[in-house]
Design a protein around this ligand. Structure first.
Ligand code: UDP
Length: 385
């Protein structure tokens, strides 16, 4: 499908996290649009493959490694660079009808660029604005700019919408569009995939998120220490300046004597295949998730899900009907949930069937693209009127 609107998509990172996988779906067929990235990386290559105009900032390289919890004092030398990026975005916006910020850093700078060149501004807010994730100053800046300059704020879940409003965001800005996924079909069985990838044959759990303290991979390792004989694949890498955590995880594996049971596979582009190879997909985030694509990926792959009961997870798993929910940061509860799934209780088959049906019905990519396309079209029509 061809879309006519000239949209400037703005993202701060050149890495491909969950938000960027969604962006790659949203830009599909938008040949009159462009992407403005703060830095080069795998994302710039993937966007270029979509035949989108691509603008890379001269000043943004490395800013995505600037962590959310970094002190604002360390930001001071960056101010000049940020100002230069704001001017670059404003200049790029001139040739477009709508600006679409795909991350919170992109939104903040795009909102300020709107003071120079005014365009309708969509913030696709992939984060959940809670005190666990953002400091008070960051929340204030985000919400003040959103209320003053955003035309629409797209969020992926009721939990993310509530957090935005709770933080002071205007309710009428919010549009809930659940993330939608389309996965490549994987015809092989778990046993065949394991053989092809040289994965162990016994009970196997997997976690499929970038490595970051709040994603909670350490809680899974603590749980595994109490589950003899259970293997684990840890898929994902430190994408946004979390290398110290990655090293801590490897150290924890050694300290708990898990080296022969836990495999770190790094960042992979074949997650759906790997997911189908495990007996259970664990999503151990200790802070609320704005969405959690991996939950839906597992539901689509027919793999049992265990997720922490926070943020959007209880919604996606329908309060436990489509997967098990455990309290965040509780490795004992996680271990017993894993043990009970590995025991393959009778109820599991009907849960998996229900989860797969729910994922197809609620979280399809076509629904997401229709809803986002509708927001863009309405803003375009409003701007032209
Ligand atoms: N993912 C991936 N390769 C990896 C680890 C994760 O492609 O090595 C994908 C994963 O399948 C999911 C996305 O990255 O689609 C992560 O999205 P999610 O919403 O779970 O978390 P986020 O990174 O957005 O916080």
């Amino acid at each position: 499908m061809m879309s006519d609107e000239r949209v400037l998509f703005v993202d701060h990172t050149g890495q491909i996290g969950g938000a960027e996988l969604i962006l790659l779906d949203v830009v599909q067929g938008r040949k009159r649009s462009s992407a403005f990235l703060f830095e080069q990386g795998p994302l710039s290559q993937a966007l270029a493959d979509k035949e989108l105009g691509l603008i890379i900032s001269k000043w943004g390289q490395g800013l995505s490694q600037f962590r959310r919890d970094s002190s604002w004092l360390t930001a001071i030398p960056l101010v000049g660079r940020l100002a230069a990026i704001i001017v670059e975005i404003a200049r790029a916006a001139r040739a477009h009808d709508i600006v679409y910020a795909n991350s919170q850093k992109a939104f903040v700078l795009a909102a300020l660029a709107g003071l120079l060149v005014k365009r309708p501004l969509i913030w696709h807010l992939h984060d959940i604005i809670t005190p666990e994730h953002f400091g008070a100053v960051q929340r204030w800046v985000q919400i003040t700019l959103a209320n003053a300059r955003a035309t629409k704020v797209i969020v992926p879940s009721q939990a993310a919408a509530e957090a935005f409003i709770e933080a002071g965001g205007r309710r009428n800005l919010v549009e809930i569009v659940p993330n939608g996924l389309a996965l490549p079909l994987e015809p092989r069985s778990a046993r065949e995939i394991r053989a092809a990838l040289d994965l162990p044959a016994g009970p196997l759990v997997g976690v499929f998120s970038r490595l970051a303290p709040w994603k909670g991979q350490h809680v899974l390792l603590e749980a595994l220490a109490t589950l003899p004989g259970v293997g684990c694949i840890i898929v994902g890498d430190a994408l946004f300046g979390e290398q110290a955590y990655a090293a801590e995880l490897k150290q924890l594996v050694l300290e708990r004597g898990l080296a022969d049971r836990v495999r770190f596979l790094g960042h992979r582009s074949d997650v759906p295949k790997l997911m189908k190879a495990v007996d259970v997909m664990v999503h151990p985030s200790i802070d609320p998730e704005p969405f959690g694509r991996t939950l839906v990926e597992a539901m689509l792959a027919g793999v049992p899900v265990i997720a922490t009961n926070a943020g959007a997870a209880p919604d996606i798993l329908e309060g436990g009907r489509a997967g098990a929910l455990v309290p965040p940061n509780d490795h004992q509860a996680l271990a017993s949930a894993i043990a009970s799934v590995l025991a393959r209780p009778q109820a599991l088959a009907s849960q998996l069937e229900y989860a797969s049906h729910r994922a197809h019905a609620q979280y399809g990519v076509a629904q997401m693209l229709d809803a986002i396309g509708g927001v863009i079209r309405r803003l375009q029509a409003g701007a032209a009127a």
